[in-house]
Design a protein around this ligand. Structure first.
Ligand code: FAD
Length: 317
């Protein structure tokens, strides 16, 4: 009996897409039981829909707000009681810190940012994951006695919808709140109506080509017209134009949206490793030799101050 636990999130209206991707991937991996542990606020009625994506059992945990220590304690007690082969977590901001915390607690094998998961003939998980800043893809086997832990990169695998509603068991949050003071940047983003960068299906990023922070509204407006999230290069973040949570790249977020629009970004290797696996890449840059064009599917060689406002106007219309 191969069991996989998915740890994810639910809002009052829907199970988060990256969580559904994990449920479907767990089923495709060969699990006969997929348990989804869903943390949320007022989300119990939406939790059952994880069954459509592949969950066979949902454990719903109501929480007052995000708290890593309590999420880890609650998930650990469920996992320790059920002993699954794998704990699968979306590689989102919250997911990544939960995955690392649990792997340390279980002293188990951990594969981050996976692109595919399968259970081998011996029941051990085998993960496909990028290594060396995306230069190679390796298949790694997660050995060891404890439940292995893996995080799955958002927007890489499909969500199935051929299941039904799954039974939902309500589970109380356990553990101490802890003394670590947390700043929840995704909650901040959600409150301001922004799309969460690591899960977005469309990302519009701005670079130093914008020349001045007062011009970044061009990126915000284009992203809004496309219904996407805003990203930035490190130059923009280092200059203090945008907070670090917007940074795409080696020392920022890795994003895999369906559409990535790079505006005034040169395409340094450290930026490319954060976005080069996007479905379609559009680059706007006035230098035809800019390296970003090597990975772009569509390129506009022109002044961004001319192109971007026109593009935004067209999209709004
Ligand atoms: P620039 O390289 O200055 O490019 C600006 C671009 O704008 C140019 O291509 C220019 O042609 C274009 N442009 C100028 N004016 C216009 C105009 N009017 N219209 C259209 N185009 C215009 N970088 C990241 O982004 N993310 C990371 O995570 C990251 N991590 C790093 C880690 C390390 C260890 C190191 C050493 C570097 C890292 N960097 C990272 C920095 C990276 O090497 C580049 O310096 C950075 O990505 C460049 O940012 P940029 O493209 O915005 O700026």
């Amino acid at each position: 009996m191969a069991k996989i636990f998915v740890l994810g999130e639910v809002t009052s209206s829907e199970v988060n897409k990256a969580t559904l991707e994990c449920c479907s991937e767990a089923k495709r991996a060969g699990a006969t039981e997929v348990h989804a542990v869903l943390f949320g606020k007022g989300g119990e009625s939406a939790a059952a829909s994880a069954g459509k994506a592949g969950a066979t059992q949902v454990h719903y945990v109501e929480e007052a707000g995000y708290n890593l220590a309590q999420r880890a304690a609650t998930a650990a007690s469920l996992v320790e009681a059920q002993k699954p082969a794998l704990v699968l977590v979306p590689a989102t901001t919250h997911g990544k810190e939960l995955a690392g915390t649990l792997a340390a607690r279980f002293q188990s094998a951990y594969a981050s940012e996976c692109l595919e998961i399968r259970l081998g003939d011996d029941g051990k998980p085998v993960a496909l994951r990028p290594m060396y800043s995306g230069k190679v893809r390796a298949r790694v086997k997660l050995n060891g006695d404890g439940p292995a832990v893996a995080s799955l990169r958002p927007n890489v695998v499909a969500v199935d919808a051929d299941g039904g509603d799954a039974p939902v068991a309500s589970v109380a949050l356990s553990g101490e709140a802890g003394t670590v003071k947390l700043t929840d940047s995704s909650a901040k983003a959600a409150a301001s109506g922004e799309v969460e960068l690591s899960e977005a299906s469309i990302v519009v990023s701005g670079g130093r080509g914008l020349k001045d922070p007062s011009n970044f509204h061009l990126i915000d407006e284009l992203a809004k017209a496309l219904g996407g999230a805003v990203g930035a290069s490190r130059m923009v973040v280092d200059a203090g134009w945008k907070e670090h949570r917007y940074q795409v790249g080696q020392t920022g977020r890795v994003v895999t949206p369906d559409l990535y629009v790079a505006v005034g970004i040169s395409g340094a290797i450290q930026h490319l490793v954060g976005m080069q696996n996007s479905g379609c890449i559009v680059a706007i840059n006035n230098n035809p030799e800019a390296p970003i064009f090597k990975v772009a599917d569509y390129g506009i060689v022109d002044d961004l101050f001319e192109v971007v406002p026109k593009l935004t106007e067209k999209l709004k219309a």
